[in-house]
Design a protein around this ligand. Sequence first.
Ligand SMILES: [Zn+2]
Ligand SMILES: [Zn+2]
Length: 118
Amino acid sequence: MPGERSIISPIIIVGSALILYWVYRDSRARDAYPPFWFAAIGFSGLFIHFLAVPLGALIYIMVRPKGRLVPCPHCGAPRLATLTECPKCEGPLKKECYRCHAAIPVEATECPECGSRS
Ligand SMILES: [Zn+2]
Ligand SMILES: [Zn+2]
């Protein structure tokens, strides 16, 4: 049925693009190989079946690095709280405590490990 197909396909295209965009942004914030996920899910959706896109996104959600997303103190982009470098602007997110040498958040004024002021 050509008429039915022409109504459904724009929804599929827009939906797939939104899912791909979200996966790309989320994997970049988590530093989890965004070009790999974007290409793998995008190509599967294009050449295998459009359902590979939501399915690929589900697999991504299951295997992605877990953790809280917090804004970067340099550029404001969301990133995983445990990263040492911003995936977007590559600014440092951790500094070394001069006393106990623990890796502490760059915006911290007090070391959470030993309590010394930097
Ligand atoms: Zn940044
Ligand atoms: Zn310390």
